[in-house]
Design a protein around this ligand. Sequence first.
Ligand code: PLP
Length: 413
Amino acid sequence: ATPAILAKAFDVQSVRNDFPILHQEVNGQPLVYLDNAATTQKPNAVIDAISDYYRNINSNVHRGAHSLSDRATEAFEGARETVAEFVNSPKKAQIIWTRGTTEAINLVAHSWGRSNIGAGDKMLVSTLEHHSNIVPWQMLAEEKGASVVPIPISSAGDIDLVAFDALLDATVKMVSVGHVSNALGTVNPIEYIVASAKNVGAKVFVDGAQAVAHFPVDVQSLGCDFYGFSGHKLFGPTGIGVLWGKEELLNAMPPYHGGGEMIESCSFAGTSYNTLPYKFEAGTPDIAGAIGLAAAINYLNQFDRGAIAQHEQDLLVYCHLLAEKCKGLKRVGEAKNIAGVFSFLLDGAHPSDVGMLLDQQGVAVRTGHHCAQPLMEALHIPGTVRASFSIYNTREDVDRLFSALEKVKSFLV
Ligand code: PLP
């Protein structure tokens, strides 16, 4: 059967029933959870998979010493296979477990960066980036005498592609951009960015932290060199994430951490390293995390991803409609293509006060600079209020947000 035939109809109410945390009151009001860009909630399938692992399988992997260890290894390596299929990786050995997106970027900055970046080289990052896609490159630049150059954006929050192309020359060795901006929701044109970067021989890292939960990602059709994401923003547990890389690049890269599992043989005369992916996975990995992440992907895979994207776009369109009618509200970020995020300011009100008063009414949003201070600086604002959507949000959640905002205005404005 094709995936389309297998796909379960997307019914938001039944999806909500899969997420136990949503059914509670916060500050005396039914919870409206709109902080999904920070982290998503977990369905029963994920909670049960983690609990089942610790109840029935817990054992260290790759030791092959006994049957439980074999079962743990099988589940752990099966999870890698699930992730490989999820991003359409040619091989499962190209899936490296990390603690999250942050560690995926640091791994590449350390390992690939230290052997490929030299004095005078440039690394381009967009002005939209999360700090975790800026600071590791800055640390590398400082060590090597290289520089990190920001790619400008328009006032709407789109990457300025003309300016990007103008920045490209033979000194640019890495272009690292988010697939989706966590602060504004901008979906970046990765295929274009990759094609331009390739013209000057630069590698491309795509930070997929905010993309994978919203639409299917195919690393082969994107054409990027590296792709990273976090399990916890994809309905999986915290502490687990993924680095995907092109095989020839990963093979040529030196290890990141040293320790158990990452060696082929170790002696005081010299140590040789393991093959992919183990070369990059020193120490006992987050076994339960990997299994939990695979459960999250299997959960998501039961649905038609197109229907999910449609549902989330519907929520955004509805949100933008109500925003137009909300006096004193100013949207921040009006890019051509937005996924999952509604960022805004209220005239005369500080974002953190708005967030606190929304919380008192049971509406959870994020306020501040969203770990994107250079972006806030470029937009000349201290921060925003950010409502971010996921598969279990409803139009009623959007209604609750806007009726709560009317109350906020009556207090603050
Ligand atoms: N990149 C983006 C775009 C993000 O939104 C985040 C988290 O908010 C990160 C990277 C860092 O992810 P993590 O903290 O899971 O490593």
